[in-house]
Design a protein around this ligand. Structure first.
Ligand SMILES: Nc1nc2c(c(=O)[nH]1)N[C@H]1C(S)=C(S)[C@@H](COP(=O)(O)O)O[C@H]1N2
Ligand SMILES: [Mo]
Length: 416
């Protein structure tokens, strides 16, 4: 008897060649040329290789690098660099390629001269050295971090012909390890009416954010390790606040103070910035949660399909404070959809990888992905995502990314 999946293996499940997510693909259907010639290379099996190293780095053949956001008006220290999503796979971003966003450059902090002070509406002010913190019980979690300005380029009137990373790469995923902040706040003793904390970094930017106390007690940690090693300076070494599922800017890097208060501080960062201007002229403050979103990373912008045949469409999906329950993929610009396979165990506030096979027979196509989260939120189209906000708004764009594949196989960012 043929299996259910076997029966479906060659079936198109949606327009323009999408195949069942668990189609069993034979080499003969992939359209990959069987034999090919490689350029000549020395016979490596007879030459001793390089010696061991104290700190590893990727092969020089990978070409991996962050994409720099060019021309920030305040100079390079106030810039950002994005993860090259199109060159990565799985759900963990290597530390060297984690996206970066700094308002005043990366401070060079000696952990022996750094401390974290908890003060304000508490029974006792406490000061923690790096060494003190290392002695506390820790937790490890796989979390995404996304800048609220991620994908802002897709809010611009003209679609830019850029890579998935350049357009959407102010997001990364890592395993973060640190001390749950409630341990430290409990130790300081919270005042009975306290309901906000103000987090402050040690860098030159004066980056200070107010965060609801309950959110902090429920989810936040003082992160000390990133993918198993101490934080990188760019990510906040020696310690950063990490508030999962929320806009990146409240995860204050180089954390040096937490002040407990009864009200928000309405700092410059949360009034001049990180406030969302809506279409009706009102503004939304403390819109901290990140919405349901996904992006196809392969095939994606500026790539070229060099053969006809079966490709694996793959990408990442995420949603703040929720899990990803499904990702649907379309190859015909959203007319028909098929369900992709979720390939990592879906976890709250973590990246989820999705995959689906696609038969490209040379037909012009528009590839899209649409994520659905555990609260039933569905990722909106670009038009729907822009609907709520003023044209001047820059933050929290989560519209569907469309990649056009033309008859020559060239992949390009488009608006549909
Ligand atoms: N102290 C401090 N914390 C900061 C910032 C900063 O400039 N200074 N940038 C914020 C912004 S806008 C984002 S998106 C994240 C970026 O974190 P990453 O560079 O580790 O990716 O850090 C946040 N925390
Ligand atoms: Mo950000």
């Amino acid at each position: 008897m043929k299996s259910d999946i076997g029966d479906k293996k060659d079936e198109n499940v949606a327009g323009n060649g999408l195949l069942h997510r668990r189609a069993l693909l034979k080499a003969s259907t992939l359209g990959i040329a069987g034999g090919f010639l490689l350029p000549a290379q020395a016979n490596l099996s007879s030459i001793p290789g390089a010696p061991q190293s104290v700190y590893g780095k990727p092969s020089r053949f990978t070409g991996l690098q962050r994409e720099q956001t060019a021309g920030h008006p305040f100079g390079p220290e106030a810039g950002s660099s994005s993860s090259p999503l199109q060159s990565l796979n799985g759900t963990i971003t290597p530390n060297s390629l984690h996206f970066e966003r700094h308002h005043a450059g990366i401070p060079d902090i000696n952990p022996e001269r750094h401390s974290l002070t908890i003060h304000g509406d508490v029974n006792q002010t406490l000061k923690f050295s790096y060494e003190n913190l290392l002695a506390y019980p820790m937790e490890s979690h796989r979390y995404f971090l996304e800048c609220s300005g991620n994908s802002y380029r897709n809010t611009l009137p003209t679609a830019l012909d850029l890579t998935a990373g350049s357009l959407n790469g102010l997001i990364s995923g890592a395993e973060w390890t640190g001390v749950p902040l409630h341990y430290l706040l409990d130790e300081a003793g919270l005042g009975k009416d306290s309901s906000w904390v103000i987090a402050e970094g040690a860098d030159a930017s004066g980056h200070t954010r107010s965060i609801p106390l309950q959110l902090i007690l429920d989810t936040a940690m003082v992160a000390l390790y990133q993918n198993g090693e101490p934080l990188r300076p760019a990510q906040g070494y020696p310690m950063r606040l990490f508030v999962p599922g929320c806009e990146g800017n409240i995860s204050v890097k180089w954390l040096e103070a937490i002040k407990v208060q009864q009200t928000p501080a309405y700092t410059r960062e949360e009034t001049s910035k990180y406030t969302d201007l809506l279409k009706d002229g009102t503004a939304e403050m403390f819109s901290l949660g990140m919405e349901v979103k996904s992006v196809i990373t392969s095939p994606s912008g500026t790539m070229k399909l060099r053969r006809k045949g079966v490709y694996e469409i793959s990408g990442m999906a995420w949603s703040g404070a929720r899990m990803i329950s499904a990702v649907e993929v379309s190859a015909d610009g959203g007319k028909t959809w098929a369900e992709a396979m979720l390939q990592s165990d879906s976890q709250t506030n973590a990246l989820t990888r999705f995959r689906i096979p696609w038969h490209w027979s040379g037909q012009p196509s528009v590839l899209q992905s649409r994520a659905i989260d555990s609260k039933g939120n569905v990722q909106p189209t670009r038009n729907m995502a822009l609907e709520r906000y003023s044209m001047a708004n820059y933050y929290h764009y989560n519209g569907i990314q469309s990649w056009q594949v033309d008859a020559k196989g060239i992949v390009k960012n488009v608006y549909v």
